[in-house]
Ligand binder design. Structure first.
Ligand SMILES: [Zn+2]
Ligand SMILES: [Zn+2]
Length: 350
């Protein structure tokens, strides 16, 4: 089969790769669509996310959907012929965290498109059939691939422990930030404030659920970030929001989210800064007795994400701003890396 392989910063090559072999519990998925994720961009550009380093040529990509062409002897035969959204992380099922139901932090999680594992920017994937979620008839492959970031947003809203009437600030209005604003609204948020450093994103924010949006500087609180904090404070009469969420790729997003959150409020860190360690405003967090939660992808969120998209409650379609054919997948990565042409999601479709 054909596969795009990453060889170094900005260097992707279309090559041939061995066809996957099917295990008894697996489904063979013919990949139809793949979304370029911010985490892919860390690998594409830097070859690493913190201590996770890609040292070998690797096929990137984990946000994908396709058609099940065949299944192994132990897999559900009803999947054959169906379009599925694939939950990419396959846990071991046996470690302490898996047994506790926290399979997203499995010790031996297989995650495609990262260190040691080829991803989905290829023609076929063999995957554990239990992680193939059939999508409703009429849902396009591009939209089905967007179930992945939608599931991150649903998990983020879950971790935020929202209550009806809550106010929320979301820093970082990329795809996950935009979906998170919609997800917190579904969980009861009354007022949602969005902050980003790119004006095309700020301009689009009201379409995706922001009551107000601010073109801020995501820097340290004493380094330009203060204006974003002041703006949120003005919009909440100096009280701060009930929930602060960081969906940025910046080392400063978490500090800003803490700075705008009211005493005893909740802060969720969903964005990936790419750094090994970031500065945490411990004094604010302690004095306000903030509850901080880190989001690790998703946990049993695919069925809800699919249903919410199908019901028109989560708009993923409008976030797919660019579609590239498989042969030009490298251009999708270059575009996303450059934040060019007002890109939100660049989708590769076979
Ligand atoms: Zn992703
Ligand atoms: Zn496990």
């Amino acid at each position: 089969m054909k596969a795009w392989r990453w060889h170094g910063s900005g260097d992707m090559r279309l090559e041939t790769a061995p066809d996957p072999t099917l295990q008894p519990h697996e489904a063979l998925v013919r990949v139809e669509a793949l979304g370029v994720c911010g985490s892919d961009i860390h690998y594409y550009r830097d070859g690493r996310i913190g201590e996770n380093i890609v040292s070998e040529p690797t096929v990137l990509g984990h946000e994908y959907a396709g058609i099940v062409e065949s299944v192994g002897a132990d897999a559900d035969p009803d999947l054959c012929g169906k379009r599925v959204a694939v939950e990419p992380g396959i846990p071991c099922g046996d470690c302490e965290w898996c047994r506790r139901g926290q399979y997203n932090v499995c010790d031996r999680l297989f995650f495609p498109g990262g260190p040691g594992n080829d991803g989905a920017l290829c023609e076929y994937m063999a995957v554990d059939s239990r992680f193939c979620f059939p999508v409703p008839p009429g849902m396009s492959a591009g939209v089905a691939a967007m179930v992945e970031p939608a599931a991150v947003a649903v998990h983020t809203a879950e971790l935020a422990r929202l209550r009806p009437g809550d106010t929320v600030a979301v820093f970082g209005l990329g795809v996950v930030g935009m979906l998170t604003m919609q997800a917190v609204r579904l969980s009861g948020a009354l007022s949602v404030f969005g902050i980003d450093v790119l004006d095309y994103r700020v301009n689009k924010a009201p379409v995706f659920g922001a009551d107000a949006a601010f073109l801020g500087h995501i820097g340290g609180i004493h380094d330009g970030g203060a204006a974003s904090v002041e703006w949120v404070m003005e919009h909440t009469n100096g009280r701060g929001v009930d929930v602060g969420i960081d969906c940025t790729n910046s080392s400063d997003g978490l500090a800003l989210a803490c700075a705008v959150t009211r005493a005893a409020g909740n802060v969720v860190l969903t964005g990936i800064s790419g750094a090994e360690s970031d500065t945490l405003p411990v004094s604010i967090a302690r004095r306000r007795e903030l509850t901080l939660r880190w989001c690790r992808r998703f946990l049993h969120n695919y069925p809800a994400a699919i249903a919410l998209i199908d019901a028109g409650k989560l708009d993923v379609q409008s976030l797919i701003t660019h579609v590239y054919p498989f042969e030009k997948a490298d251009e999708a990565f270059a575009l996303t890396t450059a934040y060019a042409d007002n890109v939100f999601k660049a989708s590769v479709e076979w």
